[in-house]
Design a protein around this ligand. Structure first.
Ligand SMILES: C=CC1=C(C)c2cc3[nH]c(cc4nc(cc5[nH]c(cc1n2)c(C)c5CCC(=O)O)C(CCC(=O)O)=C4C)c(C)c3C=C
Ligand code: FE2
Ligand code: FE2
Length: 352
């Protein structure tokens, strides 16, 4: 697999980023809505629209971030994952100097800042590793496009497009579900796999593979639970709806209403996030927790994001190693377009 020893290897972890304080909420939102991957309109229309939406959304978003102390915990949580991954890779690549980096899409450290840091490191090889288990044009593709536009340093780049069925990721999720099922005891519960939504037309008209990959993660986790002797009543739903377009459904509130009608409690699983942030700590725990209470859905239990659990960090380390073992795999591009399972970066996690 490895041909040269003593390499400098940069592993770049990509995530969305979040505001670090109340003042950065609006510029963060502007960066997000000004991304053509989020609003696919020409810049002349998109920029003023992004300015309007970020102004309109500022107060509500600030109130949500205030519930977590003022800003997003996403960066400190991601830095912990980066440190754990670096420690996990060191014994696997003992002759190389491996360094992990964090590149955020909409807030600091912005991708261009990280690109400069990676360039200063002078890597021989770079692994681009999105912290999005499932590929979406709105997240993974947007981050990788930005990286490719701004990175001007040394090194051969390899990309891991996605890892929806990676062994340790699925294992960590199944383990988290089992822990919550134990807490539910003999009370009837449905496992609700809640993913961040995207507009439906991205899937139907533009072939975004996100929904299919979310479904494949869920099938793998349910399969693992069945192997553990814990078959579950389960459903997939989509949270965090934004704007007037039709988004993937059912929404998480709709799934909670269904649970109320069916007389079951829920174990809710953040199935597209790998760390805690506003969408888990505020939306799942507070907003939907209150909704569940109002609807009489009990128990309402939530699986923590995988964070730095050893099985998950192992999955990231394996993904980085698989990235290193190939040259220039395109992110969900030639080689896997239209069939992500055919992408070489999927082969080894399936084989385990
Ligand atoms: C699977 C991951 C994510 C997808 C897909 C995604 C798509 C997407 N998001 C918005 C709009 C917003 N997202 C916001 C926060 C946010 N989104 C993700 C992940 C995905 N987004 C994360 C990890 C976070 C948290 C950031 C943090 O603060 O730590 C927000 C800001 C919060 C709010 O105002 O509600 C917005 C807005 C769209 C429009 C979209 C797809 C088109
Ligand atoms: Fe791939
Ligand atoms: Fe989002």
């Amino acid at each position: 697999m490895r041909t040269l020893a003593g390499r400098r290897i940069a592993v770049v972890l990509f995530n969305l980023g979040g505001p670090d304080d109340q003042a950065s909420v609006k510029p963060f939102l502007f960066n997000l809505f000004n991304d053509p991957a989020i609003i696919g309109l020409p810049g002349l229309i998109r920029r003023p629209l992004a300015r309007r939406i970020s102004s309109r959304r500022e107060k509500m978003a600030q109130a949500n971030y205030a519930l977590m102390g003022g800003g997003s915990p996403l960066l400190p949580e991601t830095r912990k994952q980066a440190a754990a991954l670096e420690a996990a890779l060191a014994p696997r690549l003992p002759e190389d100097e491996v360094r992990t980096f964090v590149a955020m899409r909409y807030w600091s450290p912005l991708t261009e800042q990280t690109a400069a840091e990676v360039a200063a490191f002078g890597p021989d090889e770079i692994v681009l590793l999105p912290l999005y288990p499932q590929f979406s044009t709105t997240t993974t593709e947007s981050s990788l496009k930005r990286w490719n536009a701004v990175y001007a340093g040394s090194g051969e780049s390899r990309t891991v497009c996605c890892w929806p069925e990676a062994y340790g990721w699925v294992d960590a999720q199944a383990d988290g579900v089992r822990t919550q099922l134990d807490k539910a005891g003999s009370r009837p519960v449905r496992v609700l796999f809640s993913a961040h939504g995207i507009p439906e037309n991205l899937v139907r008209r533009k072939g975004d593979p996100y929904q299919e990959q979310v479904e494949s993660t869920v099938a793998a986790v349910v399969g693992r639970l069945t192997e553990m002797g814990r078959p579950v009543d389960h459903a997939i739903c989509y949270q965090s709806r934004v704007g007037p377009l039709k988004w993937l459904g059912p929404s998480t509130p709709e799934a909670l209403e269904q649970a109320a009608k069916d007389g079951v409690g829920v174990v809710i699983v953040p199935i597209a996030f790998v760390s805690e942030h506003v969408e888990t700590l505020v939306e799942l725990d507070i907003e939907y927790g209150e909704l569940a209470h109002t609807l009489g859905v009990a128990p309402y239990l939530r699986v923590p994001a995988v964070g730095t659990t050893p099985a998950f960090i192992d999955a990231l380390a394996e993904a980085a190693l698989h990235g290193l073992s190939r040259t220039g795999v395109a992110p969900y591009g030639p080689g896997c377009k239209g069939d992500w399972k055919a992408c070489p970066c999927q082969a080894e996690s399936r084989a385990r």
